[in-house]
Each structure stands twice: as structure tokens, then as C-alpha cells.
Design a protein around this ligand. Structure first.
Ligand SMILES: Cc1ncc(COP(=O)(O)O)c(C=O)c1O
Length: 333
């Protein structure tokens, strides 16, 4: 990837003259089954631009209550788009047709604030990298369309979802009006994200990109990393998932509160509550043992992530060291 970055053909991206950016955008639009895509610095900006394009000030945005757009984007949808947010309690990061129908039910008053946009997340970060089964996604997106809702997919980790399901990314993404794809997570790029949608929406997104201060110059330096990642880092996502499953199995076998059947992609969630250890104490003990786990939105739940920097040996080491650090003696494999 460093080599691809060094050799990147570049131009003025603001003038749409950067060949590497253009190539990446075309590639991602096709991958997601959308007409066009625009390159952006972050997935947060992609989500924010999408939701600004899909809703008007005063409209209600529906999303699962722990979704990234609601809890980690600093109220950006209120600040940038003037949207009112309504979080729906989810199961494994997913919401149901009944929840969407209830939340979007037409008002009896002629002039009332009403839901106009539904944002879904796949894989769902705070649910532990869980994936939307396609039949459920079909039902919810079809109901949303019937209710006249615009649809956004926060697919920051969409390629993990598609890999886990063994489907083309477009099989998930094509049904949405706008789709965010992040390059800096499992794809391993230094930064960057894309927003995909119809030609009309993406043309309008270019204007928003400028307004957000996200219009760049020789951005091909980074876009070339994205093209490299699509060529070399997508097929290998299955290895991350396999390593996460292996790690979860080892931790569960050692007696830690981990549920391997919930590991669908590259996250392993570890519940500290039954161990009676506070989060900061657990993180400190793990750090001392040389293991980097992260905190989650749930105060007692830690997360391990497998990615292209994590090897089989790392998984073996973590599987042995985590139980020891948390005071659970390792059992013989
Ligand atoms: C589901 C989801 N969407 C969006 C983002 C934002 O990504 P970025 O850091 O590129 O803004 C994240 C980051 O963790 C995420 O998990």
C-alpha cells in the first residue's frame, strides 16, 4: 500500500482532475450497485452529508439507538441537517418492521414533525460487528419505502458484512439511497471514506463536501491506498473473521464471558460484569500484559478486533494472556 501511495497519479481533486480519486469513486459505485460515489476524508463526514441530503430541518431521523450516527457523531445530524433524532431500541443492532412502522406512523395533524429518513448500520459497531440477515433487511427496507422514508446505510464495515454473508456488497447496498463505505477500518487505509448514491444525490454531495471543508487537492495519494485495498484487502477479511471466531472460542473455553456464536465478523465482545472487574482496571491489566482491547458504549463490555495487523500468533497469545490478565487461569487447549 505504501508503494501504491508513492506511485499514485494525482491531480486537483476539487476540480475532479485527480485520476486516482476518480478511479476509486467509479470502482466503489460499481461495487455498491450505485450510480456514483464521492471520496471523503472520513465516514463521519459521509454519514453527515448523506443525512443532510436526505432530510430537511425539522424532519425526524430514525436509527437504532446505539448506532454510530446517533452516539458518536456529536449530534452532527442536528447541527448540520437540523434533523430531530429518534433512537429505536435494537436487537443485535437491528430494528424491526413494527418499530419502523410505529415510529413513522402518519400524524393526525396536517403539519407535524414526521419521520422521513431511516439510517441502518451494517455491520453494527456497538452490537459487536453484527450483520443484518438479508431477509430482515429486505423486510425493513421494503416497509421503509412503503412509508415514504429515505434510506441511508452506514456501511462503514459493509465489506465485512458482505464477506460474512458470502454476497456481493451490492446485494446489501443497492437498496439504499445513500451508502457510506469506510476505507480506514478493516480495509487498512490510513484514512478515507466514500459516499455512494444516485448521480443526482452525489452531485449534490460534492457541494456539501466543499461546505464541510472536505474538498481536497492531490487526494489521489490516499485514494490510491483505497484502490490498493479493494484489490488486496477484501478477500482477506474472511481471515479476520476466522481469527475472531478462534479468539472467541479460546476465551470462552478459558471460562471468560464471551459468546462465540455472536461473533459474526471481526469483533469479539467480552462481558466484564460476571467477573466483577471494572472496565478501567481490566483495560490496565490487559495493557500491562501487552494486549490492546477497547472500551465500548456498554460500560462493562470490552471489545477485541482482528484486522490485517493481527496474526494467528497474536490470536494464540491473546487467547492465553487475556484469561490470565483477568484472573482466569488458562486451561490446556
Ligand atoms: C459504523 C461506523 N460508522 C462511521 C464511523 C466513522 O468513521 P470515521 O472515523 O472514518 O469518521 C465509524 C467509526 O468507528 C463506525 O464504526
Amino acid at each position: 500500500m505504501r508503494q501504491a501511495i508513492a506511485e499514485a497519479a494525482v491531480g486537483d481533486e476539487q476540480k475532479r482532475e485527480d485520476p486516482s480519486v476518480t478511479a476509486l469513486q467509479e470502482r466503489v459505485a460499481a461495487l455498491l450497485g450505485q450510480e456514483a460515489a464521492v471520496f471523503l476524508p472520513t465516514a463521519t463526514m459521509a454519514n453527515q452529508i448523506a443525512l443532510k441530503l436526505l432530510g430537511r430541518p425539522g424532519d425526524v431521523l430514525l436509527a437504532e439507538e446505539t448506532s454510530h450516527v446517533l452516539v458518536y457523531e456529536y449530534g452532527g445530524v442536528a447541527a448540520h441537517a437540523g434533523l430531530v433524532t429518534r433512537g429505536l431500541p435494537g436487537h443485535a443492532g437491528r430494528v424491526t418492521v413494527a418499530q419502523v412502522r410505529d415510529a413513522a406512523a402518519p400524524s393526525t395533524k396536517a403539519a407535524d414533525q414526521r419521520a422521513t429518513v431511516l439510517s441502518l448500520e451494517d455491520t453494527h459497531n456497538n452490537a459487536g460487528g453484527r450483520v443484518w440477515p438479508l431477509d430482515e433487511l429486505d423486510e425493513v427496507t421494503r416497509a421503509a419505502r412503503e412509508l415514504g422514508l429515505a434510506l441511508h446505510l452506514d456501511g462503514a464495515r459493509l465489506l465485512n458484512a458482505a464477506t460474512a454473508q458470502g454476497v456481493e456488497p451490492a446485494a446489501v447496498a443497492a437498496r439504499f439511497d445513500t451508502v457510506t463505505l469506510c476505507l480506514s477500518k478493516g480495509l487498512g487505509c490510513p484514512l478515507g471514506a466514500l459516499l455512494a448514491g444516485s448521480l443526482d444525490l452525489i452531485e449534490r454531495a460534492w457541494r456539501e463536501k466543499h461546505l464541510f471543508g472536505g474538498a481536497m487537492r492531490q487526494a489521489g495519494i490516499v485514494a490510491a491506498a483505497g484502490v490498493y485495498a479493494l484489490d488486496h484487502h477484501v478477500d482477506r477479511l474472511a481471515e479476520d473473521h476466522e481469527r475472531a471466531r478462534r479468539l472467541a472460542g479460546m476465551l470462552a473455553a478459558a471460562g471468560l464471558p464471551v459468546e462465540p456464536e455472536q461473533v459474526e465478523t471481526n469483533f469479539v465482545q467480552l462481558d466484564l460484569a460476571p467477573l466483577g472487574i471494572e472496565r478501567d482496571e481490566a483495560l490496565a491489566r490487559l495493557r500491562d500484559a501487552g494486549i490492546g482491547l477497547s472500551a465500548t458504549i456498554h460500560p462493562r463490555v470490552l471489545r477485541a478486533v482482528t484486522h490485517l495487523g493481527v496474526t494467528d500468533e497474536d490470536v494464540e497469545r491473546a487467547g492465553a494472556l487475556v484469561p490470565r490478565a483477568l484472573g482466569v487461569p488458562a486451561r490446556a487447549a
